[in-house]
Design a binder for this molecule. Structure first.
Ligand code: HMG
Length: 439
């Protein structure tokens, strides 16, 4: 079978920035280290008054299509993954296609469009759908456009407020890709959970502490499922991008990932001499005793040099961009992948044909693990991104400005819309349910 995967990606951040160490911590009268060290976050991206999930998605897709020299007829499928949709009927992809058709000669009339929903994991699920569509030979030589776009806002005063963010990641899924090939093996952990949900409401109802436990439980199940199909070793993976609601969450999940990829390997043997053997479920009468033993093992594991070296090599690089932009929900794990590759390029690390272990998660709840093989074109693809420019150019909002922009994005039509930046050759929001206009 031909290799299928991510040919190119584009990153589009909301144009405003809320500084957590200064503005947010100051207003909450908190130690800034709670955010920068505890959660591992420095800033959140916010959409300006003329940005929304459609404009961010369309602006990312436009840059992607221009860079790859694509016309609408080259795209046979557009899937948008989001949990911030404002329309219960018309998928966001139709609004995005409408925007793009304003600026290209052709149209997307023969493209299959849809919207994918399963909290933050929907972006990965859309990639999966696109890969399957191509692998099934239904694409007629065309590529798929997958866009993960969200305005991840919480109610003001909710503990989740520190982890907000907004942005879009557009990805081109194609045969013989330039960035990564998606490998076929997958591991899943999935269960009906109610720790994070938005039933007919703008902001999520969230039990933050429980949501962290659910993330870890589903991730553990997915890793177990993956491991049953493919033997793994810590040295197999150059980068391990996780769904990153905030880097502190990944710090907890990474130890879990390491335990799994190191099971039944020489690394586990080496660790056994220092901290004992990793507990196995069959050795315990009940789940609680097993969990306690695992916790004890993990605490010792994270103190070892072997683990620290692996963490700084495979995890830390994936958190660099995420720490500056906050949680982008469906885009989050894709920001982590891009961030890790960007770090490698800037530090002269050769990733040709290296493997990534991609660990996606969505509340509700489901985790999915798969591997990707980095393609020789990756460096040029990553060099073409303008992430640093976008981050530096964000307008730094004061607390009062933050409150106003938060109201604007609460789908409140009565709020006066006051933008802090000026649109420059981009799609802008011109009313709920209407298509973005290029200004
Ligand atoms: P909180 O309760 O305000 O924070 O909110 P905290 O008191 O637990 O402190 C956070 C960390 O900072 C802790 O670290 C503190 O110790 C540390 P930990 O003990 O956990 O390692 N800390 C400090 N460190 C250094 N110096 C200090 C200091 N003070 C404290 N001075 C919470 C945290 C995550 C609950 C909140 O932000 C929240 O509710 N977030 C939203 C939910 C969320 O992101 N959950 C993550 C898992 S679920 C998920 O990822 C899915 C999601 O993306 C949605 C989807 O799938 O659609 C959310």
């Amino acid at each position: 079978m031909t290799d299928v995967g991510i040919d190119a990606a584009e990153f589009r951040s909301g144009k405003l920035k809320l500084d957590l160490a200064e503005t947010f911590a100051d207003e909450k009268d908190d130690d800034p280290a709670k955010y920068t060290k505890g959660l591992g976050l420095h800033a959140s991206s916010f959409p300006d008054a003329y940005e929304d999930i459609v404009t961010m998605a369309a602006n990312a897709a436009k840059r992607l299509m221009d860079r790859k020299g694509l016309a609408p007829e080259d795209i046979g499928r557009i899937d948008v993954a989001t949990e911030s949709a404002f329309d219960h009927s018309k998928p966001v992809s139709t609004y995005v296609a409408g925007c793009l058709e304003q600026v290209y000669d052709g149209d997307f009339h023969h493209a299959n469009k849809g919207e994918r929903k399963f909290a933050c994991i929907a972006g990965t699920q859309s990639i999966d759908d696109a890969v399957n569509w191509i692998a099934a030979g239904k694409n007629r030589g065309r590529a798929a456009l997958v866009i993960a776009t969200d305005t991840a806002l919480y109610e003001r005063g909710d503990p989740g407020e520190a982890t907000q963010g907004a942005g879009a990641v557009a990805m081109l899924i194609d045969e013989d890709p330039d960035l990564t090939v998606i490998e076929p093996e997958q591991g899943f952990g999935s269960a009906d959970e109610t720790d994070f949900l938005k039933p007919n409401q703008q902001f999520p109802s969230v039990d933050g502490k429980r949501s962290m436990q659910v993330y870890l439980m589903r991730m553990r199940e997915a890793l177990e499922d993956f491991e049953m199909q493919t033997p793994t070793h810590p040295d197999d993976f150059a980068l391990v991008p996780f769904h990153t609601p905030f880097p502190g969450m990944v710090r907890k999940a990474a130890a879990l990932g390491y335990r799994h990829v190191a099971r039944d390997t020489d690394v586990e043997e080496e660790l056994a001499e220092e901290i004992g053997r990793q507990p196995r479920p069959e050795a315990f009468d009940d789940e609680e005793a097993y969990r306690d033993a695992l916790k004890e093992y993990t605490d010792k594991l994270t103190e070892t040099d072997l683990y620290s070296e692996w963490y700084s090599r495979t995890i830390e690089p994936t958190l660099e961009v995420s720490a500056q932009v906050g949680n982008w929900y469906t885009g989050s794990v894709h920001v982590a992948r891009i961030g890790g590759l960007k770090h490698a390029r800037e530090n002269g690390i050769d990733l040709d044909n290296e493997q990534l272990l991609v660990c996606s998660y969505g509340s509700g709840a489901q985790a999915e693990i798969h591997a990707e093989t980095v393609q020789p074109g990756w460096e040029d693809e990553i060099a073409a991104l303008n992430i640093d420019d976008q981050l530096v150019e964000r307008y730094d909002i004061s607390w009062e400005q933050y409150e106003q922009i938060h109201d604007v994005h609460n789908h409140d039509e009565s709020t006066d819309i006051d933008a802090y930046t000026t649109p420059e050759g981009e799609f802008v929001f011109d009313g709920w349910g209407r298509m973005g206009e290029r200004k």
